[in-house]
Design a protein around this ligand. Structure first.
Ligand SMILES: Cc1ncc(COP(=O)(O)O)c(C=O)c1O
Length: 341
């Protein structure tokens, strides 16, 4: 039985056409800056996001960690959201790699308001760590793929400017936000000093993220990439997958969003959708099980032919992606009804 895999949008496999692009890619040594496709990919993403320069890195985690390292000094503080990837899923990296402390604030559906940040800002008194950076996430993974409203980002950025704080965007799924909202990626990125964009989530490349920012910032991050062991050699074959993803896999994110909404409607009818349907804005669906064991439910889904991911003991997550089509959508809805009905 082929399992329907809705654990994450990272589970996709390169399509035949993407593999062909990878096969045909010419390569050079990227540590010498001689891999033409890597250079093109970095420039292309930087231009798309309205930034001076880009840096190809192996993962979204490394991209975020490089941003933290490049924006801060040990002993500084980074304000982020309580359910953010940086705070929850990066192995405590900020403490080790940058020597910073995180100051997580609970946002509503993952969204931080400037008022909250203002309250959290540390005085300049020597008792306190120095607040240096605000990190936001768009779309917000753990909140269920929620799109950050641009007006809120703008007001947070105004606050940041007034208080001399840098802004970093974990835009692992920024293109989902772009397709959902119709807002240009450069407009979304403008309020940020740095943006991390993943090619290996909804965009369907097997690996890779691009960190972008000013030329000076990227030069600094480049140094830390080498230090963290992320300098790679003949990776044009990987960058070619990223180029292909940008050419062919952005517009189609709308299909993932439509299928997620369809799944969400089924979950709502069964009484298990975590939030109002209006919060299913992109490719992630959150199911709530206040009184049931989510690990057992996960196992029941697996026995019925579907992989899901357990967020915690009350929530299960479904994520739609490139390898999940309409036929599987119908099957998934049947499985949801069978297991939860
Ligand atoms: C919002 C967000 N940021 C960063 C990452 C990290 O990406 P990677 O798995 O490539 O390290 C993820 C991974 O799912 C994510 O969801």
């Amino acid at each position: 039985m082929t399992l329907i895999d809705l654990r994450s949008d990272t589970v996709t496999r390169p399509t035949a056409a993407m593999r062909k692009a990878m096969y045909e890619a010419e390569v050079g040594d990227d540590v010498y800056g001689e891999d033409r496709i890597v250079n093109q990919l970095q420039d292309r993403v930087a231009e798309m996001l309205g930034k001076d320069a880009g840096l190809y890195v192996p993962s979204g985690t490394m991209s975020n960690q490089l941003a933290l390292r490049s924006h801060t000094q040990p002993g500084d503080e980074v304000i982020c959201e309580y359910n953010s990837h940086i705070f929850n899923y990066e192995g405590g990296g900020p403490a080790l790699l940058s020597g910073v402390q995180l100051h997580p604030l609970l946002g509503e559906y993952g969204i931080l308001e400037p008022g909250q940040i203002s309250e959290a800002l540390r005085p300049t008194d020597h008792h306190y760590a120095q607040s240096r950076l605000i990190a936001l996430e768009n779309t917000h993974n753990r909140a269920g793929g929620v799109v950050y409203p641009l007006s809120v980002i703008d007001s947070v950025a105004n606050f940041a400017r007034e208080h001399d704080l840098a802004m970093h965007l974990d835009g692992a799924r920024l293109m989902n936000a772009v397709i959902s909202s119709g807002i240009d990626p450069a407009v979304y990125s403008e309020p940020f000093n740095s943006v991390s964009l993943c090619l290996s989530k909804g965009l369907g490349a097997p690996v890779g993220s691009i960190l972008s920012g000013s030329a000076e910032f990227i030069d600094q991050a480049h140094r830390f990439r080498k230090m963290f062991g992320g300098g790679m050699r003949q990776i044009g074959i990987l960058a070619a997958a990223g180029m292909y993803a940008l050419d062919y896999h952005i517009e189609r994110l709308a299909d993932d969003h439509a299928r997620a909404r369809d799944l969400a409607l089924t979950c709502r009818d069964l009484g298990y959708l975590e939030n109002d349907i209006s919060w299913t804005q992109t490719n992630i669906v959150l199911l709530a099980f206040p009184e049931r064991n989510t690990v057992e439910i996960e196992a029941q889904f697996k026995d019925s032919g579907m992989l899901v991911s357990v967020v915690n003991n009350q929530r299960i997550r479904l994520v739609t992606h490139l390898d999940f089509d309409d036929k599987q959508l119908d099957q998934a809805k049947e499985i949801l009804k069978r297991v939860l009905g």
